[in-house]
Design a protein around this ligand. Structure first.
Ligand code: NAP
Length: 275
């Protein structure tokens, strides 16, 4: 297809301005790489953003004049949303896509759960994201096709796991916010969606130990954890032109993890089974 035959909307989805909150490693790094390789201008954040990480993303740029910018920013800080919006405006020239990926998931059994634990998880996983959407709204409204994409989880909205009650509650709250934000922003042509990963092989899971990872893998019908890129692909889809009529929705990317009604459902079929 030559340029003359491309629709106006196709051009609207080229060289977009993308912010990825929590983009230094894990799923967020895959999201950043995906948008950089697609030729978009990207602003990424993390509490610490090593120069080597930014240089690696810059080396993946595919377009002349493409910008990859980084901002060291603790999402839990009271002024983080304003600083994010200001940086998006000043450093990448606006905002078409806001990816809210930063999340913390400390294990804390209910018997040990404190006020501080809950505050820490909700500050990053929920409150900072609500405030980021609000602060970035003037920029997103200027976009021809604004997009907000949350990284949610199956834990909370669909499943539970001992030790992560506060985390699960935060991810359920995040989706509650997403649905009303989708309604409020629809008149501005802005879509708001989420991707809900199952277990993903990231640095964030490294500390959980081999037993936990083996236990998780055994419950996943596709027989492995997700790769970060598989989550990023769903984020890219929701941010792109082909998702233009999808809003307020969750795409679960879990290898079938939420499907089995009992552990037997993921065991090999017995020989001669009628199934
Ligand atoms: P990760 O490897 O720990 O990376 C988290 C990213 O968020 C890093 O870039 C980190 O950078 C940033 N971040 C964390 N706290 C932050 C804060 N206070 N302010 C700014 N940035 C912050 O985590 P992940 O496994 O990729 O998870 C990413 C998202 O996916 C989270 O929302 C998580 O809940 C969700 N998720 C993960 C899995 C999984 O299996 N991994 C499953 C379901 C959902 P800094 O450390 O530099 O701040």
């Amino acid at each position: 297809m030559n340029a003359q035959h491309r629709s106006r909307s196709e051009f609207q989805f080229q060289a977009r301005k993308v912010a990825v909150v929590g983009g230094t490693r894990g799923i967020g790094a895959a999201i950043v790489s995906t948008f950089v390789r697609a030729g978009h201008d990207v602003l990424l954040t993390g509490r610490t953003v090593p120069d080597a990480v930014v240089e690696k993303f810059r080396s993946e740029a595919t377009r002349e004049g493409q910008t990859v910018e980084a901002l060291a920013l603790d999402s839990a800080a009271p002024d983080s949303a304003e600083r994010l919006a200001t940086a998006a405006s000043a450093r990448i020239g606006g905002l078409d896509v806001l990816c809210l990926n930063a999340g913390v998931f400390p294990n804390r059994p209910l018997a040990e759960l404190t006020y501080t634990d809950i505050r820490e998880v909700f500050a990053v996983n929920v409150e900072s994201q609500m405030l980021a959407v609000a602060a970035c709204l003037p920029l997103l409204r200027e976009s021809a096709a604004g997009r907000v994409v949350f990284t949610s989880s199956i834990t909370g909205p669909v499943t539970g796991f001992p030790g992560w009650s506060h985390y699960g509650a935060s991810k359920a709250a995040q989706l509650g916010f997403m649905r009303t934000a989708a309604l409020e922003l629809a008149p501005h042509g802005i879509t708001v969606n989420a991707v809900a990963p199952g277990n993903v092989a990231t640095e964030g899971l490294d500390g959980m130990g081999e037993d936990y990872l083996a236990q998780m893998t055994a419950t996943i019908p596709l027989g492995r954890l997700a790769r970060p890129q598989e989550i990023a692909d769903a984020v890219e889809f929701l941010a792109g032109e082909r998702a233009s009529f999808i809003t307020g929705q969750v795409i679960t990317v879990d290898g079938g993890q939420t499907l089995p009604e009992s552990p037997e459902a993921v065991l090999p079929l017995p020989t001669g089974s009628p199934r």
